[in-house]
Design a protein. Structure first.
Length: 565
């Protein structure tokens, strides 16, 4: 059974979210039913071990009660022990050990009964005691295979093969006996529990027969369940578990709905407020405007940008502005903090070659200082804002500090910088280069305006940060399904995480659907440089509205939906 990702270059239809939810239900059904814990938990051997553990605990409890309530029945234990009080301590310790060790097997026993009892009540035909092939398949294959040890004498080889076959026959017989014994225990457990459940059903019927307790024939729960898709063919089951398919499907229907609701209850509200300020209808023009091509680089080579580094650099500049409301500053920092969680998810999955690893590390280091200490590297941004007399002077100081750090760090790491590509430069060199270029770009824009205050610059920085985050998050729907390609043990957790993220980002995806159509393919949309190269017009000032005749072409061509085969 293949799990496929199918791409489309068109906008999602009105019914698309429902199809997406159904596809996630299929993924969840396969991931949950093939989970090793779930497969072992419903097996007959696990159920038998749980029954034995529960029986042992009940035997111990019965013996303890009888020894205290009926001491005359334990005549061999009369008199005082030479160990005195230590016997009580040993008894308590053993009782606690037995109790703790019985909890997990007993829970598995009850879960297995929960699956088996409904089928027993519905099916009157008795199931034959047969051993499925998968229980002894490996032993049979080992019996048919030749010995890997090479023995020269032919008679000795025949003898060794004969001994091996007989030993494996004994193992096959023991395995068959264990499975058959486990099935007998399962049958006894289910038969006993059927009587308990039947008695409970009779009590419920008697209670519902009282006046005023009648239940209407067409309940809302039945109508809702009838609208759910048939996922029985996506239930992965073992040989002999055909009767459990319908039950496993019904019990796991609402899992995706549960995690989707939990995700919707934890939507990033600060990030949503920030994205509402973006120029989504104009194609996120801030992606082009934060870094001008007219700014000369500090080095002949220029490292590629990642999504996170410009965001944290712009936020550091915004934090350095003195005459900005503390509430607005706190709101921006919280919004960027929420947005970076999704940016890291996107970059971790789309940067498969690791070309931007150092840039992402630089962004993490810079953000840690900005978020916790209001520092860019070792520069106190608050202190810098107090010393500066104007907005332009703040940008000049940041530019000079970045240039100084770039030169100092490059001297320290000179050999490394000469040998490696620009994308592999040390993280402090990359952070300094980003700060220099962005601050110089903002200085050019300040020169184009005679008057510039902190509030207007802060507003412009907020829009650029929002545009970069919005352009990056267009890859979100494509990326979250990469989490599904994991090992069998992790697959159930990954599907649950994917559903949770879909619930969290529901409003964000609706907002990004307002984006116009793009000529970028999904692979190009993953790279910020491709977004920047899409519009080769000269950078316009972020403080002056763009001309009406400027046309940008963007889209959500990265939308993906899942198909199951």
């Amino acid at each position: 059974m293949k799990w496929l990702l199918k791409k489309t270059r068109t906008k999602p239809a009105k019914g698309k979210p429902r199809d997406l939810n159904e596809d996630l239900m299929k993924f969840w059904m396969m991931a949950h039913t093939c989970s090793p814990q779930f497969v072992v938990g419903r097996s007959v051997t696990c159920m038998a071990s749980g029954a034995f553990c529960l029986l042992g605990a009940m035997t111990l409890a019965e013996a303890m009660l009888r020894s205290y309530l009926m001491p005359w029945s334990f005549r061999f234990c009369t008199g005082e022990s030479e160990y005195k009080w230590s016997t009580v301590l040993v008894l308590i310790t053993q009782t606690i050990a037995v109790g703790v060790g019985t909890i997990a097997p007993a829970i598995r026993w009850f879960i297995a009964l929960d699956f088996r009892c409904p089928t027993r009540r519905e099916r009157s035909s008795k199931r034959k005691l047969t051993v499925e092939r998968y229980w002894i398949q490996l032993l049979v294959e080992m019996k048919d295979c030749p010995l890997t040890i090479r023995i020269q004498d032919r008679f000795c080889r025949k003898l060794a093969h004969y001994v091996k076959s007989k030993l494996l026959d004994i193992c096959i017989g023991m395995q068959t006996g264990i499975v058959l014994g486990s099935k007998v225990i399962q049958f006894i457990s289910v038969y006993f529990m059927i009587w308990v459940l039947s008695l409970a059903d009779i009590c419920n019927k008697l209670r519902t027969m009282k006046p005023g307790n009648s239940i209407p024939s067409g309940s809302g729960s039945e109508s809702r369940s009838s609208t759910k898709p048939d996922l029985s063919r996506f239930v992965l089951h073992l040989e002999g578990e055909e009767e459990l398919v319908e039950l496993m499907m019904k019990k796991n229907f609402d899992a995706t709905d549960h995690w989707l609701r939990r995700g919707k209850g934890k939507q990033p509200k600060h990030l949503m407020e920030l994205l509402e300020k973006s120029t989504v209808a104009e194609g996120f023009k801030g992606v082009k405007e934060f870094d001008s091509d007219l700014v000369r680089s500090l080095d002949c080579d220029e490292p590629p940008n990642c999504w996170a580094l410009p965001v944290v650099t712009l936020t550091a500049i915004a934090v350095a502005l003195p005459n900005v409301s503390g509430g607005l500053m706190k709101q921006l920092v919280l919004s960027v903090h929420e947005g970076l969680m999704y940016v890291r998810l996107i970059e971790d999955n789309l940067d498969a070659k690791g070309e931007l690893t150092n840039s992402r590390k630089a962004a993490n280091v810079v953000w840690l200082g900005v978020d916790l200490y209001s520092k860019w590297l070792d520069v106190d941004l608050r202190k810098l804002s107090v010393q500066a007399e104007s907005t332009k002077e703040i940008l000049e100081k940041l530019s000079d500090v970045a240039k100084t750090r770039f030169v100092e760090c490059k001297k320290i790491y000179m050999n490394q910088c000469l040998k490696e590509r620009p994308s592999k430069w040390p993280i402090k060199v990359l952070a300094a280069n980003s700060m220099y270029r962005i601050s110089q770009t903002l200085l050019q824009n300040c020169d184009s305006r005679n008057e510039m205050d902190d509030e207007r610059l802060f507003e412009a920085l907020t829009v650029m940060i929002s545009d970069i985050l919005g352009a990056c998050l267009t890859n979100l729907q494509r990326v979250i399904f990469y989490c599904l390609s994991r090992a069998v043990i992790e697959r159930e957790y990954c599907v649950r995480k994917t559903v949770h993220i879909l619930g969290e980002t529901e409003k964000i995806r609706k907002l990004l659907d307002q984006q116009p159509v793009s000529t970028l393919d999904p692979d190009q949309m993953a790279c910020i440089e491709e977004w920047r190269s899409l519009n080769d017009l000269k950078i316009s000032s972020p403080f002056i509205p763009s001309s009406a005749n400027r046309e940008t072409v963007f889209s959500t061509s990265s939308d993906l939906y899942l198909t199951m085969e």
